[in-house]
Design a protein around this ligand. Structure first.
Ligand SMILES: *Cc1c(COP(=O)(O)O)cnc(C)c1O
Length: 353
């Protein structure tokens, strides 16, 4: 497949790097590619960033058949642009595709198209500490048709958004709220796919958590509401008896690439990591007996997000004196330093653009 390039005649003014926030600014160009039954994936192109014109009957708008990904490009001190485990994102995107009946694409081709887009947009990769260029590959169903079935046409696009330091106000713990009244995903459902339905299903509980003063929801399993699954857009880790523990991938948990990186790096350091079922009652017991010393989330946006308090029903558990624990700090620094090319890359995770 030949990638065509159509560059913008007028470029946007770049936003102030100290005021980027998250997901509000978009670069000058985007990648687009179409799918139909006769041609498969075809017409890959880089062109000016622009709205997508859609028929009001477009299936994505009604039935939510779509998938997305999230990764980042980092600027190193020597002005290289690099990606962190990008193949894992395209691999996961195809796994998500299979779960919602979207035709798979060529992962190597998508990665090379992304790299070409990044070369064109390299001036958009910010250089202030801990800033990055967020990358959002997306596929949406485009048949103009009312009726529930898999679409016969799709659009694959990649957009880029310069984002600020996640911890602009310091690397501080957050408070999370455990819900017994709502579930995000169930076994046999699409919880392990990065598909819009999961996020729509999470909003009601998330709003409730915000109203109560908590930043995210910690989900329990959808069957018994007994076992810990994950946080809104992060996986979750615990340090119990000095051992790193995280819920096993049950089918209803999103298999995070940061989660996998935490596990691999900790094992590389010689630490024990357990992937297993963890009941909320076990966590409360471990907290009560002082054996639960840290909780933190893992995800691309924050890398590591320390948790200082969890609320479950009427109980409020303060963890690690509401301060950042040593394990969270060590993993945060180590992964970030690999991403920005400050430290060695012992597991071969970064890829230059
Ligand atoms: C994206 C996501 C994560 C984290 O995945 P990473 O690959 O580490 O960014 C965790 N949970 C949910 C629900 C997600 O959407």
């Amino acid at each position: 497949m030949q990638l065509t390039l159509n560059t913008a005649t007028k470029l946007k003014a770049k936003p102030d790097q100290s005021k980027l926030g998250f997901g509000s600014f978009f670069t000058d160009h985007m990648f687009n590619m179409d799918y139909n039954l006769d041609d498969g994936w075809h017409n890959p192109r880089i062109e000016p960033y622009a709205p997508i014109q859609m028929d009001p009957a477009t299936m994505m708008l009604h039935y939510g058949q779509g998938v997305f990904e999230g990764l980042k490009a980092y600027r190193t001190a020597s002005d290289n642009i690099q990606l962190f485990r990008p193949r894992e994102n395209f691999k996961r995107m195809n796994r998500s595709n299979r779960m919602v009946c979207i035709p798979e694409f060529d992962e190597e081709f998508a990665l090379s198209a992304l790299k070409q887009l990044l070369v064109l947009e390299k001036d958009w990769v910010p250089g202030l500490p801990e800033t990055s260029l967020y990358i959002r590959p997306t596929i949406v169903a485009t048949d103009p048709f009312l009726g529930v079935r898999a679409s016969h046409t799709y659009r694959f696009f990649i957009i880029l958004s310069p984002v600020g330091a996640y911890y602009a106000e310091g690397f501080n713990p957050v408070k999370i709220w455990v819900t017994k009244d709502h579930v995000r995903a169930v076994r046999g459902g699409v919880g392990m796919a990065k598909t819009p339905a999961n996020y729509a299903a999470s909003l009601f509980a998330a709003e409730r958590a915000h109203k109560e003063g908590y930043s995210q929801v910690l989900w329990l399993d959808g069957v018994e509401q007994k076992y810990i699954e994950e946080v809104g857009s992060m996986n979750i880790f615990f340090v119990i008896d000095d051992m790193l523990v995280t819920p096993e991938l049950s089918g209803s948990i999103l298999p995070g690439i940061t989660r996998d990186s935490v596990i691999r790096l900790a094992r590389h350091w010689g630490l024990d990591v357990a992937e297993r079922r963890i009941a909320i009652d076990e966590l409360i017991d471990a907290h009560g007996s002082g054996r639960l010393t840290e909780i933190f989330g893992s995800g691309t946006a924050a890398v590591i997000s320390p948790v200082g308090e969890i609320r479950y029903g009427d109980r409020k558990l303060t963890v690690g004196d509401d301060a950042v624990g040593p394990m969270a700090r060590k993993l945060f620094d180590a992964i970030k330093n690999i991403q920005y090319g400050v430290a060695e890359d012992p597991l071969g995770w970064v890829e230059s653009v």
